[in-house]
Write a protein that binds this ligand. Structure first.
Ligand SMILES: Cc1ncc(COP(=O)(O)O)c(C=O)c1O
Length: 385
């Protein structure tokens, strides 16, 4: 009999993680120490990308991306509505305009056909960029979006917060990992506790562009540089210059130590998530009025979330709560948030996202779920009428 509450997501901290943090706390560095570079290098290698920039959280990371790409007031950027608010807010921080594009019925990712229609319907140059989200851990097929983006001169930010380790196989049979910088200019990951890799708060930006990398590093630390090759003047060893308006969006050394330790288990965590999804799928595919997540052959789903569509969502949510299973809803469409309604969006604008929202529910999905808990969740859902 299970009485311990089961959340929809949870961090997995081992004794090794704790020791890694303790070791750093005992070292000379708390903020800018060697663990940050080490974490960035290990993460870049894991993702198969040239550069990685660790940041205080993914929201700060997304903001750094929009500053670095030069988003200005009145610039129009296209974003999907089914995502966390931070995906769109990073455009607003720079004064840009968020334009929503509806989602695909099956994958719940931005619908490329709708995007194409939007681009064709507006004079060239109307839009500056697109933010694509690997929602729930399902990798966006970025190669197709990149082709379209190039046609219209748009940059791409990949919000890969849900998808470290996810990948798709492209039309040439090549494995394309989320955040590998092959198609998106910049990609952002989150290390919030419910994500695959947890550092408390924390995030990472990846890119293959040296130019963007240098600017990200500058804006991450107040716009300050000490690089003698870049200084306008040089008064001695202490000298630095603030050359741009930047921020303090740095991560700390002990968080980076935790990240390094967690990264070592990233593949094992993904495998466990895949295994849980298979167990759920096997049973839930036969449950009436319930739709399991879409799966495709050429996709490796990172399963940050396991999202079902269910006819009586409120009923199932309350029933599971009574049974100590705490599900969640991802997400309330962004265009229906009072803030974004205040900017001219309204109900009815994005029918697929709105219909999706009426029925979506995220079931527990995290590597430390026990077999007993998985069986309990499955049994409870099977029994629900
Ligand atoms: C898709 C997506 N983007 C951005 C963020 C922001 O991440 P953070 O909490 O690290 O700022 C989140 C966090 O939940 C997210 O799910």
């Amino acid at each position: 009999m299970i009485i311990k509450p089961i959340p929809y997501g949870h961090q997995h901290i081992t004794e090794e993680d704790i020791q890694a943090v303790i070791e750093t706390l005992r070292s000379d560095y708390l903020t800018q120490g060697p663990k940050i570079n080490e974490f960035e290098a290990a993460f870049a290698e894991y993702m198969g990308v040239k550069y990685a920039v660790a940041v205080s959280n993914a929201t700060a990371g997304l903001h750094l991306c929009t500053i670095t790409l030069g988003v200005k007031p009145i610039d129009k950027i296209i974003v999907p509505p089914i995502t966390f608010v931070a995906t769109a807010n990073c455009i607003r921080y720079c004064g840009g305009e968020v334009v929503f594009c509806d989602i695909d019925k099956e994958t719940y990712l931005m619908d490329i056909h709708k995007l194409k229609s939007m681009l064709e319907a507006a004079p060239k140059g109307t839009y500056k960029g697109i933010i694509l989200v690997d929602f729930a851990g399902y990798p966006v097929k970025l190669k197709d979006f990149k082709k379209l983006a190039d046609e219209y001169g748009l940059w791409i930010i990949e919000d890969a917060c849900h998808a470290p380790g996810g990948y798709f196989i492209d039309d040439e049979g090549k494995k394309q990992c989320c955040g590998n910088g092959e198609f998106a200019d910049l990609a952002v990951f989150s290390f919030h506790p419910v994500k695959h890799i947890a550092t408390g708060e924390g995030g990472m930006i990846t890119t293959n562009s040296k130019e963007l990398y240098d600017r990200l590093c500058l804006y991450r630390t107040h716009g300050i540089t000490k690089d003698s090759a870049l200084l306008y003047e040089n008064h001695g060893g202490w000298y630095y210059e603030m050359q741009e308006l930047g921020y303090n969006y740095r991560i700390t050394d002990f968080q980076a130590a935790l990240g390094i330790s967690q990264l070592k288990r990233a593949d094992a965590g993904l495998e466990k998530r895949q295994k849980i999804a298979k167990q759920y799928n096997q049973v839930f595919a036969r449950v009436e009025n319930l739709l399991i997540p879409y799966i495709a052959d050429n996709i490796y789903h990172a399963y940050h979330l396991y999202v079902i569509q269910v006819k009586d969502r409120l009923g199932l949510y309350n029933y599971l709560r009574k049974n100590h299973i705490y599900t969640q809803v991802h997400y309330i469409p962004l265009h229906l948030m009072p803030y974004y309604q205040g900017l001219g969006n309204k109900k009815g604008d994005l029918p697929i996202a709105e219909e999706y929202y009426e029925h979506c529910l995220s079931l527990p999905m995290y590597p430390s779920l026990t077999d007993e808990e998985i069986r309990y969740i499955i049994k409870k859902i099977e029994k629900y009428r």
